[in-house]
Design a protein around this ligand. Structure first.
Ligand code: CUA
Length: 320
């Protein structure tokens, strides 16, 4: 009893302050639908849990042995029709209510809104790879690990992985459900965020040694700010010079997780200046891999290869 009270005392403020017990606050209509469903199911299962466990504890105390011989048997009940009817019908009704609620919510979770004041939906190709997320905008702009989108606009995601990679899972809890990134297959999901901010997620499928480092985030910007960033990125990626945002993002998302954030070496060797001096060798290494080095850049657009090489050769991340 003391333990239960103590647990409740800890849980109550945690629940109220969302200290990890409750789901994160949903910020997209599909995430709202998922959370409503979560609370309804938790309500039913919580009630049944308390009912069953409470009865169990009550009976354990009430019918304890009290010195009676172990062979003593209680009255045998057979064919109690009303009781049997009740314990058959009640669960069926509960499941029917839960099922109906889920099906009622499902269209709002599955289907993106058909029209929005913020314009046409933005389609993003999301590629899960060991151990980073590559995003591709319709005009070819690339982003790594952090996806930037405008507020209020419907964003359609095509979640996939290259055929030479493994299964990953896209999940930003505040923005909807979890979707597997399966090699060679495309899963579609969407979100529409009503508030600028940074929404964090993490690859949700064990995918190898750096699975834990495979973080993702969605940065939702005010419309004008997004437009400015997008125009800037479109220009910079079409005509890259020296150290670019794409070069840095690619280094941090793709290379640093194994070679260290200051190129100091971690799982992979340190990236000295000499090691990155030959552009062609680096491009080949990125595209084809060698030994323990996987082909992290296989299938990349040229702009991304060039951007990360330029970043490395301009001393990016070396601290010099
Ligand atoms: Cu990708 Cu875990």
């Amino acid at each position: 009893m003391v333990l239960v009270v103590a647990a409740l005392l800890v849980a109550a403020p945690a629940l109220a302050g969302n200290g990890g017990f409750a789901p994160v606050e949903p910020r997209s209509p599909n995430a709202v639908g998922i959370q409503d469903t979560y609370w309804v199911i938790l309500g039913f299962t919580g009630f049944i849990f308390v009912l069953v466990e409470g009865t169990l504890i009550y009976f354990v105390i009430k019918y304890r042995r009290r010195g009676r011989p172990v062979e003593d048997e209680g009255p045998q009940v057979r064919g109690h029709n009303r009781l049997e009817f009740a314990w058959t019908v009640a669960p069926v009704l509960i499941l029917a209510v839960i099922g109906s609620f889920v099906f009622y919510k499902l269209p709002g979770i599955d289907d993106p809104p058909s029209a929005s004041a913020a314009g046409e939906p933005l389609e993003i190709r999301v590629e899960g790879r060991q151990f980073y997320w590559n995003f591709r905008y319709p005009n070819g702009v690339i982003a790594v690990d952090r996806l930037r989108v405008p507020v209020d606009r419907v964003v359609l995601l095509e979640v996939t992985a290259p055929t030479h990679d493994v299964i990953h899972s896209w999940w930003v809890p505040a923005l909807g459900g979890k979707f597997d990134a399966i090699p060679g297959k495309v899963n579609e999901t969407w979100f529409q965020v009503d508030q600028p901010g940074l929404y964090r997620g993490q690859c949700a499928e064990l995918c190898g040694v750096q699975h834990a480092a495979m973080l993702n985030s969605v940065e939702v910007l005010p419309q004008a700010e997004f437009a400015r960033w997008f125009v800037e990125q479109t220009r910079e990626q079409a005509n890259p010079r020296g150290e670019t945002a794409l070069g840095r993002a690619t280094y941090q998302g793709v290379c640093a997780k194994c070679h260290g954030f200051r190129r100091e070496g971690l799982i992979g060797p340190p990236l000295t200046e000499a090691a990155v001096s030959n552009s062609e060798a680096i491009a080949g290494l990125l595209r084809e891999g060698r030994g323990a080095m996987p082909a992290v850049g296989k299938g990349w657009d040229d702009q991304q290869i060039r951007a990360v090489i330029a970043y490395l050769q301009n001393g990016g991340a070396s601290g010099s």
